[in-house]
Design a binder for this molecule. Structure first.
Ligand code: UTP
Length: 276
């Protein structure tokens, strides 16, 4: 029912300079796997196997990662090292990849609008792969289940500390069930004293395709960027947008602290366990 997932990966990743000067931040490895591969694996787990990337300049490494590397593969064919390619081969077998470009960094809303031709007229997932989510059942898979029930856009939220609230889009809503809210208010990066709640939007969305037209009619907002949050608020007012307090943990791998936390967590709880 939902088959496609969009990965906006055009951002500059300035918080991670100088590492991101010539390398996409989505290719930063958490232990031995690039961030973007974790995101794609989460999408595949949720049944979203048509992957669309909205890229920008200097992001070619992402396309190469999801393509065959003949020379390398030829070199290590038949050796014990082939094992290391297992996870990416699995991903490539199970998904297809398309690419489009965002020519100017005009914000997340604009990046998503650029992905329109890859999506067409159907509901789709969005993953911001610098948010690494670990959960027993993938966060996107949890959200797809919810979509089946509500048939409207869904944003993943988590409770955050007051001092961090200014970094996020924040929602206010009517709690329909434990952890499921019908969104009434939404504001991008508010100061702590103006935030409508402590429920912050993280980088996982299910969007209905009417969002494209709404984004087209959404003027630039905070930081003079076209904000997805502003478009979602319009959608919430016209119809319905749900917020879902997901089960699992999320690491902000766009920041150095979050990235180090994720690395430690994955090394201890996932990598070592799988490799043992
Ligand atoms: P961020 O706010 O994390 O920005 O964007 P950034 O440029 O990637 O990183 P910093 O803040 O400079 O360190 C959130 C997501 O939206 C995408 C980014 O690639 C990231 O996945 N994005 C943002 C775009 O694709 N295009 C944009 O114009 C803005």
């Amino acid at each position: 029912m939902i088959n496609k997932c969009l990965f906006p990966v055009a951002g500059y990743g300035t918080r991670f300079l100088p590492a991101t000067k010539s390398m996409p931040k989505e290719m930063l490895p958490v232990v031995n796997k690039p961030l973007v591969q974790y995101g794609v694996e989460e999408a595949i787990e949720a049944g979203l196997k048509e992957i669309g990337f909205v890229t920008g300049r200097g992001k070619r490494a992402i396309a190469d990662h999801f393509d065959v590397s003949y020379e390398l593969e030829h070199q290590i064919a038949g050796t014990s090292k082939e094992e290391y390619l297992k996870s990416i081969r699995e991903v490539m077998k199970n998904a297809s990849f398309s690419f489009t470009r965002q020519s100017e960094m005009r914000g997340l809303g604009d990046a998503i609008l650029n992905g329109r031709r890859l999506i067409g007229d159907e509901p789709f997932g969005v993953v911001l792969s610098d948010d690494l989510c670990v959960a027993e059942e993938g966060v996107l898979a949890q959200m797809v289940k919810l979509y089946r029930q509500f048939r409207c856009s869904i944003v993943a939220v988590q409770e955050v500390a007051k001092e961090d609230i200014h970094k996020f889009g924040v929602i206010k809503g009517k709690e329909l069930k434990d952890g499921i809210y019908q969104v009434e208010e939404m504001v991008e990066k508010p100061p702590a004293d103006k935030a409508p709640s402590n429920l912050a939007i993280i980088g996982r969305y299910i969007l209905t395709p009417d969002i494209f037209e709404i984004i087209e009619n959404t003027p630039p907002g905070k930081n003079d960027e076209v904000q997805l949050t502003d478009a979602l608020l319009t959608q919430a007012k016209n119809g319905c947008v749900m917020a879902y307090r997901f089960k699992g943990r999320r690491f902000d791998c766009g920041s150095v602290e979050g990235f180090v936390d994720a690395t430690n967590y994955v090394y201890k709880n996932i990598y070592n366990v799988n490799e043992a």
